[in-house]
Design a binder for this molecule. Structure first.
Ligand code: UN1
Length: 514
């Protein structure tokens, strides 16, 4: 199914302008088309706005300002810092429709997912506000009489946040809500494809700062490509770089930041798998896998790329998913009922075609999908049927992230084999097992089970809540964002010994005369 008509680029541009106005984005930042940075919507492939990047700060001056504002912000009590994030959450709530529309316009997500992304921002603001009164240190027993040993958490400094097009605002909010309550200003380099959502978020934050009397410029947007990213990555005044994107990008960022002893939080490629055991509720597994593989047109780092299915239920699962894929309405995300929107660009589409071709060359079978849609209605856009491929073995192409709607099914005989297949990829973000056998679930969750940062039971690989720490192992980069104790990544740990005994006592009973 696909919706045959696509909203015109002019109408989409008008929607973008209205949403930007509502969020308070300075009209001067949006120059007339022809000059500046053109923003294209994946819905039609047409240009919907132009950003005058010369009005945004260059990385160097942005970091200088961030360093200045850090001096004030770190001295502001954390619960007072929390008031800013509370206000930001309120404004996000008021402007959820505007921001959601911009996410759909720039990233091509269906409105329900765009709204979900804005909800994710609001949720992490709530979490951060609570944290602003709970940045707990601890007190340890000192081995010396009359001494107190404790640990406190201090603001770290300006944080560079580099985000990808697919979650253009939620991932920024994960980092920014925590950074702000932790006392750190943010310099944000959004994807060049999604500057409008960034400008809108930044305008709302500026308004929130104004409303609560927080300093201006706690968050600044810098726009640009690799060179802009490099300037942030190499700037010694930035103790933490939090970057989301491809593993290739992470390979450039990590050593450069490490060379200057900076810290990174990296959220890089995924190649996520779920195991379906013979005891699984197959309807549930098929439904969950359908969303995880085809939702966001397969463009999540948590997208389900591999389904490892027991041979006794493999045919039923493949048939079930093929049937569900065939029912998914593909088209203009703004059209009522659409579930699969466009890919971000032609390169993404090519990557999927290439992965399918290589899978077939390796002995795989294309069960369904993989065909381009809506070519007449939107020749410059890239709508693709989610593809389902079965493979006899986990060859090199299956071990790569596709970042598109391509689900590969592999068969297994026993759980050890399934877990070995599951873990035999370079990435380690998200995983799942569908089973009604508790022993199987526990095995999957054990030290000998899935090797990912996120491991689910009877739930798909995508769609994590913000309350847990989000991130993955191996080539996914090892970073953790969002919930749990991820906030510690944005702070400096201070261990303190206080001697109130009135005499010198050395640790480990060391004697030094006197
Ligand atoms: C991403 O694709 O970079 O768990 C983040 C999920 C979302 C976040 C995805 N909450 O799918």
């Amino acid at each position: 199914m696909s919706s045959p008509t696509i909203t015109t680029t002019d109408d989409l541009a008008a929607r973008a302008a209205a949403a930007l106005d509502a969020c308070g984005v300075d009209a001067a930042l949006r120059t007339t088309p022809g000059g500046g940075h053109a923003v294209r919507t994946p819905i039609t492939g047409g240009a919907i706005a132009t950003v005058d990047a010369t009005r945004l700060p260059a990385p160097g001056p942005a970091v200088t300002h961030a360093a200045e504002v850090f001096a004030t912000w770190r001295a502001t009590p954390a619960p007072v810092r929390g008031r800013l994030v509370k206000r930001l959450g309120e404004l996000l709530n008021t402007h959820r429709a505007d921001l959601g529309a911009l996410v759909t316009l720039e990233a091509g997500k269906i409105p329900s997912e765009s709204d979900g992304e804005v909800q994710e921002m609001i949720d992490v603001c709530d979490l951060a506000v609570g944290l602003s009164r709970q940045l707990h240190g601890r007190t340890m027993a000192s081995e010396r009489p009359g001494h107190r040993l404790s640990e406190t958490w201090q603001p770290l400094g300006p944080v560079a946040v580099i985000t990808a097009f697919n979650f253009p605002v939620a991932v920024w909010a994960w980092n920014t809500a925590l950074a702000l309550v932790c006392g750190d200003p943010v310099v944000w380099k959004p994807s060049e494809r999604t500057p409008l959502t960034a400008l809108a978020s930044c305008a709302l934050l500026a308004r929130a700062a104004d409303d609560v009397g927080a300093p201006a410029g706690l968050v600044q947007v810098v726009l640009g490509g690799a060179e802009t990213g490099r300037a942030l990555v190499d700037d010694v005044r930035i103790p933490l770089v939090s970057a989301t994107g491809s593993t290739a990008m992470g390979r450039l960022v990590a050593p450069r930041v490490a060379a200057r002893f900076g810290r990174t939080i990296l959220e890089l490629g995924g190649n996520n798998a779920a195991v379906v055991t013979p005891s699984a509720d197959l309807d549930l597994a098929v439904e969950a896998a359908t969303f995880a593989a085809a939702g966001t047109a397969g463009q999540r780092c948590t997208t389900l790329r591999r389904l490892i299915v027991h041979e006794d239920v493999a045919d039923a699962v493949v048939d079930g998913i093929a049937a569900r894929f065939a029912q998914l309405p593909i088209g203009d995300p703004f059209a009522q009922g659409t579930l699969v929107g466009p890919l971000i660009d032609g390169t993404s589409e090519e990557r999927v075609h290439d992965a399918i071709a290589r899978s077939l060359a390796d002995g795989g079978t294309l069960v369904s999908g993989g065909t381009r849609r809506l070519q007449d209605a939107a020749p410059d856009a890239h709508y693709l049927e989610p593809a389902l491929v079965t493979m006899p073995a986990q060859t090199a192409v299956v071990r790569e992230e596709t970042f598109g709607p391509l689900l590969t099914v592999l068969r297994y005989r026993d759980l050890d084999e399934a877990i070995a297949l599951h873990n035999d990829v370079p990435q380690g973000l998200s995983s799942g097992i569908f089973t009604r056998d508790q022993a199987e679930a526990e095995r999957f969750l054990s030290a000998e089970g899935a090797d990912c940062g996120i491991v689910n039971v009877n739930a798909g690989t995508s769609g994590a809540e913000i309350g847990g720490a989000f991130g993955g192992e191996k080539e996914t980069g090892g970073g953790r964002e969002c919930g749990s104790d991820a906030w510690k990544g944005y702070m400096r740990r201070m261990t303190s010994t206080v001697n109130y005994s009135g005499r010198v006592a050395l640790a480990q009973d060391v004697e030094f005369g006197g």
